[in-house]
Design a protein around this ligand. Structure first.
Ligand code: C2E
Ligand code: CA
Ligand code: CA
Length: 507
């Protein structure tokens, strides 16, 4: 079954007829039989033709529909990655033939996850649809706007005027999103990071072009520049990152991760209430690397799970050692979203506590507000189990997320840690001071401890005491230091409720 405008056959129809009676008929009366047979076949064929025609029409419609679905995104109706790939390949050929440059723009919305989390997926989807529509309306008819999944879009621009032309097209796309969108009765303006790659200045096929645009987009996002043009030098970053990732895998297994400890102080009495464990990577060639160099990378890959486990083990070995030395010191460990939202996480923590013979009261876990808001129900389930086991729980970076008071009231936690960004400027910025103030008040009314992070000077310390915030952490007291440097801090014992602070802390 073939249609003129369809190059490929759509189907095959087979008819089986018994031949033996035909032979007998021929023998009996050749001529009459032939005529009857011919007539029979003709009638049969005519009858079948209608059925076949209807069936094939349906088949064609279905196959058109399938073809469309395979090449388009269901939510926005825009071309998908597969079709984009095809169009890029065609466009590369046309560009070679006509000697006209073309460009590819990759775009990722900034902070889209927050929209999804706060307004719900339905409104998130609606925003994605509107963004797709806006991009399509902004481009020229010859441009291809595609959705690659999530909040990622691509725009293929055949025929641009070199670097400058590609950049101004990208700027137009970005500016198109600045005009607010109406979602759930709210006016939202959307920021995006755009990576631009020009052909033929960077040679390659569709895959290489997409990969280069991705590198540029990563650079744009990281530098908060909004738009970045692909630069071969940036590739080093991406290969360097890949190498570092491979090395991290080994580092975790080979004990290259070390913990530094920073004291959490009670301001009134100047006693150390406990320490926060902060991971560092003692890299054989690059030296001591801060967590920002490798924790986000571990979070994007599955490596965060072994990392969290190694950090917990190292911290518990240290607590055990302090206990054995007769001066137990509580330690708080930072837990990433992906580890916390793993329903098996509480079992891991409890097993490790038993393994090291450490009382749950000596272990604290710090969880960021955004982690909890990512999946409040699951977070609640995991936190409840940990809380009931007697582990101390803190909400880290408090004030930077969107947690609602309703959730906060239900969360089984002991402590809020006011984010460093508010504390750092509270003596100069009235708004920041008010945020610290209201967090302290909130903590008091919910019966939670409030810790101010990032206290760097005596003035801030005094301001905190004025507000009634009596727990603090920061460079003023001590930078995070190796475990061996801690012994000098303590002159008392945990048995008396807290450690007295020795000479090394200028309290
Ligand atoms: P965080 O949990 O908010 O940790 C506090 C960070 O503030 C630490 O940076 C600490 O060195 C720094 N800090 C403390 N006092 C001051 C101060 O007075 N002034 C300034 N400017 N900074 C101060 P660090 O060690 O680089 O850690 C950064 C982040 O990395 C941590 O933020 C935490 O989110 C993450 N992190 C650290 N260790 C781990 C870990 O073992 N696991 C996971 N998942 N994340 C970790
Ligand atoms: Ca922390
Ligand atoms: Ca923090």
């Amino acid at each position: 079954i073939r249609y003129a405008h369809h190059a490929e056959p759509l189907g095959v129809f087979e008819i089986y007829l018994p031949y033996a009676p035909v032979v007998t008929s021929i023998k009996a009366d050749t001529l009459r039989a032939y005529a009857a047979l011919a007539l029979g076949l003709l009638l049969l064929w005519l009858g079948l033709f209608r059925t076949v025609a209807t069936a094939s029409r349906q088949l064609r419609r279905q196959s058109d529909h399938n073809a469309h679905q395979a090449l388009h995104d269901a939510l926005t109706g825009l071309p998908n990655r597969l079709l984009l790939h095809d169009r890029i390949t065609q466009s590369l050929r046309a560009s070679d033939r006509d000697l006209r440059p073309m460009a590819l723009v990759l775009m990722d919305l900034d902070r889209f996850k927050e929209v999804n989390d706060t307004l719900g997926h339905r409104h998130g989807d609606n925003l994605i649809q509107q963004v797709g529509e806006r991009l399509r309306a902004t481009g020229r008819a010859m441009d291809t706007v595609a959705r690659l999944g999530g909040d990622e879009f691509a725009v293929l621009l055949p025929g641009v005027d070199g670097d400058a032309g590609a950049m101004s097209a990208a700027e137009r796309l970005r500016d198109a999103l600045r005009e607010p969108f109406e979602v759930a009765g709210l006016q939202l303006s959307v920021e995006a990071s755009l990576g631009v790659v020009l052909y033929p200045s960077a040679a390659g096929d569709a895959d290489v072009l997409l990969q280069h645009a991705d590198v540029a987009m990563y650079v744009a996002k990281r530098s908060h520049a909004g738009i970045a043009m692909y630069d071969r030098a940036d590739d080093h970053h991406s290969t360097e990152r890949l190498q570092l990732l491979a090395e991290l895998r080994t580092a975790i297994g080979e004990g290259q991760l070390v913990l530094h400890y920073q004291p959490k102080l009670h301001l009134g009495s100047g006693t150390v209430r406990g320490v926060e464990a902060l991971v560092r990577w003692q890299h054989p060639e690059r030296g001591l690397l801060p967590p920002s160099d490798f924790v986000p990378m571990a979070e994007r890959t599955g490596l965060i799970h072994p990392l969290t486990e190694v950090v917990l083990r190292t911290a518990l070995v240290q607590v055990r050692a302090w206990c054995d030395a007769g001066s137990p010191m509580p330690v708080a460990v930072n837990v990433s979203t992906r580890s916390l939202l793993n329903l098996e996480f509480p079992d891991l923590v409890l097993t490790l506590l038993t393994e090291h013979g450490v009382a749950p009261e000596l272990l604290g876990l710090e969880i960021t507000e955004t982690t909890i808001m990512e999946d409040p129900q699951r977070a609640l389930a995991v936190l409840t189990r940990l809380f009931e086991a007697g582990i101390r729980l803190s909400i880290d970076d408090f004030g930077t997320g969107y947690s609602s008071l309703a959730y906060l009231k239900r969360l089984p936690v002991h402590e809020l840690k006011v984010d460093r960004s508010f504390v750092a400027n509270m003596t100069r910025n009235e708004r920041d001071r008010m945020i610290v103030n209201s967090t302290v008040a909130l903590g008091q009314s919910l019966g939670l401890d409030v810790v101010a992070e990032g206290v760097e000077d005596a003035e801030t310390r005094a301001a905190l005491e004025d507000l009634g915030c009596d727990l603090a952490q920061g460079f003023l007291f001590s930078r995070p230091v190796a475990a061996t440097d801690i012994s000098g801090w303590a002159t008392g014992s945990w048995a008396t409720g807290s450690w007295a602070v020795g000479n090394s802390l200028p309290v």
